[in-house]
Design a protein around this ligand. Structure first.
Ligand SMILES: Nc1nc2c(c(=O)[nH]1)N[C@H]1C(S)=C(S)[C@@H](COP(=O)(O)OP(=O)(O)OC[C@H]3O[C@@H](n4cnc5c(N)ncnc54)[C@H](O)[C@@H]3O)O[C@H]1N2
Ligand code: MOO
Length: 410
């Protein structure tokens, strides 16, 4: 049976990299609606930012060399020849021996190369006493120092953060081309699963937790979740609903029925959706060993283990990678794991990667991870957790105080 041919975590990531291809459909949208979308063009600067030399302080525009030697005890002297107005161009050149009052953000006059801060000088009836020398360029943002014409400001494949939106706004671009927002279909399965709004549960019934955790993760990652409800463990009904949803979405996620029980139909259903089909059923991982990953007609299909903590951990580990690849995002890898120290010895099995739920706390400038013990069916264990620590397959356990990589659950 394929189930027992488990793959390692690394093999699984390699297969995802190999199978999942980015969707290349694009659309042009207003800049203000583009937060967390994936850029589908290089943004080339068409303007210098700033377009004029700008003071970073309130003070006096000067020629730096004319302040050289100034000190508290031996001030220099310059004539105050006027003032710069905010938002207005300055065409008058600064002459030798002169200083001009300038507010923060004002245009530095031609011939001036620096600004002396108001705290370091004193205007005595038009004679400026300079108590400190300034260096050429001091307190001035030069033309194009922020963004230079022709520079690739932001690369195709970047996930747009607030700072990218700000930079695009700075060059006056109001529309951006982004990759199409992904739609991720989600379906719960199981005779015992009932809508979470159900008031009075019959014995044996379970409210649908995974619908909320999984679709919320999808939304957090910037994709659109389509929830298609709950199907019972009736193969033909499950197959019909899954196929209908599969046809509407870019990626399908099925929860439950991933194991090898008599009514675990998820693999069989996935195999009907198209070629090449299941590429992983079973990962040497805890929790989430029965995880199913497949490709059907270029669309990824994920079969999550039903236990709520397993479903969420597995979807965070592999679902996010799949969604990222599909979305066209190629941003350099950000910090994915942080090193933390364990508060207790943890046992694990060789040949299996363990993800342990942990609560983090800071002590003397270091982060410590306290394991949350509990079965993978318990959602409350994730409520108590700030992250999961990874004990890789080559370890039999980790001792108290040792450093381990942690993935934060935000
Ligand atoms: N013989 C073996 N049995 C099992 C193995 C194994 O290796 N050999 N692995 C176990 C592991 S590990 C997991 S994880 C589960 C995965 O099982 P399924 O994916 O088939 O999940 P179900 O049986 O449908 O459900 C498991 C459990 O979770 C509850 N559940 C399911 N869906 C939801 C939902 N949407 N919201 C809340 N709770 C849900 C369900 O009621 C069950 O209690 O297999 C083990 N078996
Ligand atoms: O590993 Mo299974 O994921 O619930 O216990």
């Amino acid at each position: 049976m394929q189930f027992f041919k488990v793959k390692t975590v690394e093999e699984t990531y390699t297969l995802i990299e190999e199978f999942v291809k980015a969707i290349k459909d694009t659309e042009e949208i207003p800049l203000e609606e583009s937060l967390h979308r994936i850029l589908a063009e290089d943004i080339i600067a068409t303007e210098n930012v700033p377009s004029f030399p700008r003071s970073t302080v309130d003070g006096y525009a000067v020629m730096a060399k004319e302040t050289f030697g100034s000190s508290e005890t031996m001030p220099g002297f310059l004539n105050v020849a006027g003032s710069v107005k905010m938002g207005e161009e300055v065409t008058t050149h600064l002459k030798s021996g002169e200083a001009v009052y300038i507010p923060t953000g004002g245009m530095v006059p031609p011939n001036s190369d620096s600004v002396i801060m108001i705290e370091h000088c004193e205007d005595l009836a038009g004679l400026l006493n300079t108590y400190k020398q300034v260096a050429p360029g001091e307190n001035v943002i030069q033309i194009g120092e922020d963004v230079r014409i022709g520079d690739v400001l932001i690369e195709n494949g970047t996930k747009l953060r607030p700072q990218e939106l700000g930079a695009i706004a700075a060059i006056g671009k109001s529309k951006v081309t982004v990759y199409k927002q992904l739609t991720i279909g989600y379906l719960s399965s199981g005779d015992e699963i009932v809508p979470y709004e159900t008031k009075d549960l019959q014995i044996g019934q379970v409210r649908d937790i995974n619908a909320l955790t999984i679709t919320s993760l999808v939304n957090e990652w910037g994709a659109k979740a389509i929830y298609a409800g709950i199907v019972t463990d009736d193969y033909s009904e499950y197959q019909r609903v899954a196929k209908e949803l599969f046809d509407k979405v870019d990626c399908l996620v099925l929860s439950g029925g991933s194991s090898v029980g008599a009514k675990d139909y998820t693999t069989k259903v996935i195999e009907t959706l198209g070629q090449p089909g299941v590429f992983t059923h079973g990962i040497s991982i805890k929790p989430g060993k029965p995880t199913i990953l497949a490709m059907a007609k270029d669309k990824p299909v994920i079969g999550l283990p039903g236990h709520p903590a397993s479903a969420m951990i597995i979807f965070s580990l592999f679902g996010e990678k799949i969604v990222k690849k599909l979305s066209g995002e190629t941003s350099r890898n950000k910090l994915e794991r942080v090193q933390v120290r364990l508060t207790k010895n943890i046992h694990s099995s060789m040949g299996r990667t363990d993800y342990i739920r942990v609560k983090l706390s800071e002590k003397d400038g270091e982060w410590w991870a306290d394991p949350i013990i509990g079965k993978s069916g318990l959602i409350s264990t994730l409520v108590q957790s700030d992250g999961i620590v990874e004990i890789s397959a080559e370890y039999e356990g980790v001792r108290q105080g040792e450093f381990v990589p942690a993935i934060l659950l935000r």
